[in-house]
Design a protein around this ligand. Structure first.
Ligand SMILES: C[S@@+](CC[C@H](N)C(=O)[O-])C[C@H]1O[C@@H](n2cnc3c(N)ncnc32)[C@H](O)[C@@H]1O
Length: 206
């Protein structure tokens, strides 16, 4: 029997009702391959073409909550897949930019996100972000980074947050990094939370 993803997200620690409402509003089936079968109704990863996956909805909700998006936010997602997380973000942010390096996945996401006019799907390497669209209030990376991606931190607005799985394969933790501006105008970044161990496909350049 299908579990309610909101119940799973609450159990995983998500408390922000706006995030839970945004999660509830998205039909996961629409962002999964037609042959995904029963898996799409479970709070578990689902395989995508090109040897990629879409993460479990509760983890996606945790990462979205960690962005602490306020009204009028602009967000960048690196790693679109079929667009599930982008659709959740669309319920919270004014503008969502999402980058996917696999053209077949980006094409699927483009079609599946057509009903979300505030989402822009870009095909290409998102490892260096989208400097032409920066700054962003939040950046979420849906692929494992070997280290904190400083190029992406540089594309955050002051006070903005980056959420990313960081670390060696099999040992990555989902970190929340906040960009802060000090009184002198100098900009720094600090890890403000560790959401714990996670497993993600790698961020691949090119
Ligand atoms: C876990 S999946 C994304 C799941 C997706 N966010 C969702 O909601 O289902 C990670 C994605 O990151 C993509 N990716 C990996 N390296 C990338 C890069 N440098 N630029 C853009 N996308 C990348 C992969 O192709 C894959 O589709």
């Amino acid at each position: 029997m299908a579990r309610d993803f909101v119940v799973e997200a609450r159990a995983a620690g998500v408390r922000d009702q706006r995030v839970l409402d945004a999660l509830q509003a998205v039909d996961r089936q629409r962002f999964a391959p037609p042959d995904a079968g029963w898996r799409v109704r479970r709070d578990a990863p689902v395989p995508l073409p090109c040897e990629q996956t879409t993460s479990q909805p509760s983890l996606i909700a945790l990462m979205v909550e960690a962005l602490s998006l306020g009204p009028g936010s602009r967000v960048l997602e690196v790693g679109t897949g079929y667009g599930f997380q982008a659709a959740v973000l669309a319920g919270l942010a004014d503008e969502v930019w999402t980058v996917e390096r696999w053209a077949p996945l980006a094409a699927e996401a483009h079609t599946r996100l057509a009903a979300y006019p505030n989402v822009h799907v870009v095909t290409g390497d998102g490892a260096d972000g989208l400097p032409g669209q920066a700054p962003f209030d939040g950046i979420v990376v849906a692929a494992r980074c070997a280290e904190v991606p400083s190029t992406l931190v540089d594309q955050l607005a002051p006070g903005g947050r980056l959420v990313a799985p960081v670390g060696a394969e099999g040992r990555e933790h989902c970190l929340v990094i906040r960009r802060a501006a000090d009184g002198a105008g100098e900009v720094g970044a600090e890890v403000v939370a560790d959401l714990g161990p996670v497993r993600f496909v790698p961020l691949v350049r090119g």
